[in-house]
Design a protein around this ligand. Sequence first.
Ligand code: ADP
Ligand code: MG
Length: 240
Amino acid sequence: MLKVKNLKASIGEVEILKGIDLEIGDGELHAVMGPNGSGKSTLCHVLMGNTDYKNEGAVTLNGEDVLSIPQFDRSQKGIFQSFQYPVGLPGVTLREFIQSFLGDIDEAELIELSKRFNLDEFLDRDVNVDLSGGEKKRSELFQLSLMKPSLALLDEIDSGLDIDAIKSVATLINENRDENTSYILVTHYSRILKYLDVDKVHIVVNGKIVKSGSNELIEEVDSGGYTQYQEENWIKKKQE
Ligand code: ADP
Ligand code: MG
């Protein structure tokens, strides 16, 4: 279980996250939606332990503080991040990368697992080098399935994908879900969420969660966009 209390993050004098509160139960999938620049990626980076940001607040995973420990230790405690723009690792094959965190794995088992992600032909290619958008995201999910994290941060796993690739990414997420992994799935668009069993939706605007709710928020975003959540528009609505 992830508990985030009044989490703030700043770069220099600029505050990007302005007090985020969030609780995600074991096995739950929470969607974080919001306009560009609202702080969604920053939330993922800060939970993963990116040291560019100065933090305040509290974050615990399964009762243990993770905010004060470095990135590597957070990863050891079971936090996994899939990047909005997965970085290529020239010179490191996917097989070597997997061995680096899993140790030796039975060849037949590895091939079988990679086939589920349609990645068997990628095992001896460099991680994320010359892969299509969809292939990179499948590769991230393959790594996730092997690492079995307690918390998976999926930042725009749907961005830049065509409709079939979105569906296939959603299917892979669904197949991989169990009570041991909680998910934060960041997206601008409702499309991928239609294929997923979403426990809760949070709307982030300007570094704050301005609304949380169930599935119906997805429809609300779809029909009204994000401007309805901006403060000046609430005031206007109240005056009308
Ligand atoms: P989102 O993912 O919701 O589109 P981000 O979290 O990437 O938004 O960014 C939120 C805001 O914080 C943006 O205005 C962005 O420019 C700023 N920001 C994020 N990270 C940094 C950084 N490392 N240095 C400077 N500004 C940053
Ligand atoms: Mg982002």
